[in-house]
Design a protein around this ligand. Structure first.
Ligand code: ATP
Length: 428
């Protein structure tokens, strides 16, 4: 497999309708990305797979969908107002602003190249601040949520009251998160608006090690389902001095992206820090009573925190392939079939033969009813159609020819091997 470059992924994503720069027509808005027709489907396939794996097929999981805007007390209690910051430095020469801990050379400005021009680093809060309602005073301050997790913690008591699940159990949420990153970069890897899939798994404190280990296994199953090569995913045991003070163990799962080895997702044991804060600030009990006993305690929590875009980027980078077919360079996405945005492409061999077109439409309609995302393509010659479908990762291209009219069979071409087989229409 040839080395994948980020620029190849970015250009394919734009050319083929996966991901566009946000507000591009007006010169863009840094750190924002828009998903095109294929991108939105790929993203949903990833998110739906996650929901199926971690919520629908388990009996210890509860889904929620909390509001993005939350009472400012949420972010005071969680510590985000005071400490959700990154260190910011400004170049005295060109006025460029950078995240101090991400500079390759802490003394040299990456924009103008001058050395020794940075002043003291300032702590910059990454939450987007806004006001709720027509009065713009301090009491009306709110924030676009910088993580989905707090919408889970604030609903802990609601879910317990409605369902009274046995411990351990988890609450899962997917949705947008916003961070005013100082330097958004590397395509969707570090954006200002992105999507998270988070679980808070509530446990009795004495079981934390056992439950943590189960989540390590579950995360690995997820990477496998995404089709990520095992040797490209790495477990980084975060040392105590780099962990949040309340976390007793954190693993960052990293992936070998074209930009280097970077965080794909995080898994943290957060003790009772979050529910404890809510209890203290709201004055409402977050205790859980073990059924049939008088044992009450604030549950501890294991938090697997998945980023949708970082998963999607890892999927695209893992699937990107270049080879040679018939003396020509070919680009294709070897996406796992369950993630591919288009499952089948249907074409008539010739566009100007009404009987072929009619039969092809019939096959198209029946495959669409069965598989959902099926594409019709009768543009250009067959070779060009195949190339277009290869680039978007369509596993099967179906062609209706004259033999189809006689015996009800079609040719199906495999994306990865480019081999063609004749199969009956009903077998697809
Ligand atoms: P980093 O160190 O890369 O800034 P983080 O440790 O701050 O990330 P978390 O707060 O643990 O990230 O967020 C959980 C997950 O959310 C990350 O593992 C990542 O997948 C995703 N994520 C966080 N920030 C961004 C971002 N700016 N753009 C895209 N995804 C993000």
């Amino acid at each position: 497999m040839s080395e994948v470059k980020l620029e190849n992924i970015v250009s394919l994503a734009k050319r083929r309708g996966f991901i566009y720069q946000g507000s591009e027509v007006y010169g863009g808005l840094s750190g924002t990305w828009d998903y095109g027709p294929l991108g939105v489907t790929l993203k949903r396939n990833i998110m739906n797979l996650w929901w199926k794996m971690f919520v629908d097929t388990r009996d210890d999981m509860y889904g929620v969908d909390a509001a993005i805007l939350m009472n400012q007390k949420v972010w005071q209690a969680s510590g985000h107002v005071d400490t959700f910051t990154d260190p910011l430095v400004e170049c005295g020469n060109c006025k460029g602003r950078f995240r101090a801990d991400k500079l390759d050379d802490p003394n040299k400005c990456p924009t103008c190249g001058k050395t020794g021009t940075f002043g003291e680093a300032k702590q910059f809060n990454m939450m987007f601040k806004t006001h709720v309602g027509p009065v713009q005073d301090d009491a009306a301050v709110s924030y676009l949520r910088p993580e989905t997790a707090q919408g889970i913690f604030t609903n802990f008591k609601n879910v317990v009251d409605s369902f009274y699940p046995d411990l351990p159990f988890g609450i899962a949420q997917q949705g947008k998160a916003f961070r005013n990153e100082i330097s958004p970069r590397d395509f969707v890897f570090r954006a200002r608006e992105f999507e998270q899939m988070e679980i808070e798994y509530f446990i009795a404190p004495e079981n934390w090690e056992e439950e943590f280990n189960k989540w390590v296994v579950a995360c690995k199953e997820w990477f496998k389902a995404l089709g990520l090569p095992e040797d490209k995913v790495h477990e980084l045991e975060v040392p105590a001095e780099d962990r949040a003070h309340y976390s007793k163990r954190t693993i960052d799962f990293e992936f070998d992206y074209p930009i280097g080895r970077e965080e794909l997702m995080g898994l943290a044991y957060r003790t009772d820090f979050d529910l404890g804060n809510i209890q203290r600030v709201s004055g409402k009990s977050m205790e859980y009573t073990v059924k049939g006993t008088n044992t009450r305690f604030v549950p501890h929590v294991i938090e697997p925190s998945f980023g949708v875009e970082r998963a999607l980027m890892a999927v695209l980078c893992s699937a990107y392939r270049e080879d040679e077919q018939g003396g020509e360079r070919r680009v294709y996405l070897a996406l796992p079939e369950h993630l591919a945005p288009v499952k089948y492409c249907v074409s008539p061999l010739l566009k100007n033969k009404p009987e072929l077109v009619a039969k092809a439409r019939e096959v198209y309609e029946s495959l669409k009813a069965k598989h959902g995302n099926v594409m019709w393509d009768d543009n250009g010659n067959i070779g060009k159609r195949y190339r277009r479908q290869d680039e978007i990762g369509t596993p099967h291209c179906v062609v209706i020819d004259f033999q189809t009219l006689e015996d009800g069979t079609v040719t199906v071409r495999d994306r990865d091997t480019t081999e063609q087989k004749r199969v009956s229409i009903g077998s697809m």
